[in-house]
Design a protein around this ligand. Structure first.
Ligand SMILES: [Zn+2]
Length: 263
């Protein structure tokens, strides 16, 4: 669902608020608050654009949550909401981190000022510009006939396997990253790389680009310390996998349709 980024909210539209405290997001009766949030005692109010037919705002709550309000850790809050809200929450969480983490110039240590258009910050002393950071990362679903290669990292929940993933290094293309990470993590070579989809994921500021690729040789050799286990699974007999709004889940749905279609 695309964002529109006008300078001001559209008064004809309903509102959606991402209200934060520490690392938590406020849900009101299990949902993101609407216009009622504008009456609460808030700081750092910002309009973040129009998304899904709503003016999207973020702020910090001062004091106690209102009746029906609950603080949820960001990840739990994100996973509890409908998939169409993932990107709105991702935008709010990443811009909040940007404002929290860019208060002073990294070059000369002067306090930063927000740009007039509210996008990014600048240093009034040395002129350095700062914009919200995005970290491109890749995910790849490797297939071989009807099988897909899934792996577990030591920090995954028990029993969960996912497609391979890793961050793009400076100077590297995303495609090169896919080949390098796959070779490093499981010792496998790839061919027929195909782009599938992408997702913004605010932990802390990933832009995940998802691919499929065909196995082209090598025996699975899990990278010590990074990969606890990696193996081939039949596409119709998968282990536990990440939640349905994750890009890993989208990629697996795509892979299932693709591999069944190839029968
Ligand atoms: Zn400076």
């Amino acid at each position: 669902m695309p964002f529109q980024l006008p300078a001001c909210p559209d008064p004809a539209l309903p509102e959606r608020w991402c209200v934060f405290d520490q690392q938590s997001l406020l849900l009101l009766d299990g949902r993101l608050p609407g216009r009622e949030a504008a009456d609460w005692t808030l700081s750092q109010r910002r309009f973040l654009g129009i998304h899904d037919g709503h003016n999207l705002f973020m702020a910090e709550l001062i004091g106690q949550p209102p009746p029906g309000g609950d603080w949820l850790p960001l990840r739990a809050a994100l996973l509890s909401q409908p998939a169409e809200l993932t990107q709105a929450i991702a935008r709010a969480a990443q811009l909040r981190q940007f404002h929290l983490n860019h208060r002073y110039c990294g070059r000369c240590a002067a306090p930063l000022q927000t740009n007039a258009d509210q996008v990014g910050k600048h240093c009034p002393s040395c002129g350095q510009l700062f914009y919200p950071r995005l970290s491109p990362a890749m995910m790849v679903l490797v297939y071989r006939g009807r099988e897909v290669l899934l792996a577990r990292s030591p920090h995954f929940s028990p029993g969960v396997y996912s497609a391979l993933a890793g961050f793009v290094e400076p100077g590297e293309t995303v495609e090169e990253c896919v080949h390098r990470e796959t070779l490093e993590e499981v010792g496998v070579r790839l061919k027929n790389l195909r782009y599938v989809c992408s997702q913004s994921w605010p932990f802390p500021h990933s832009l995940m680009l998802a691919f499929t690729a065909e196995y082209d040789g090598g025996d699975i050799l899990p990278q010590e310390g990074e990969i606890e286990d990696a193996r081939w699974f039949d596409i119709d007999s998968l282990p536990l996998t990440p939640p349905s709004i994750s890009i890993a889940s989208q990629l697996l749905r795509h892979g299932r349709a693709m591999l069944r279609g190839a029968d």
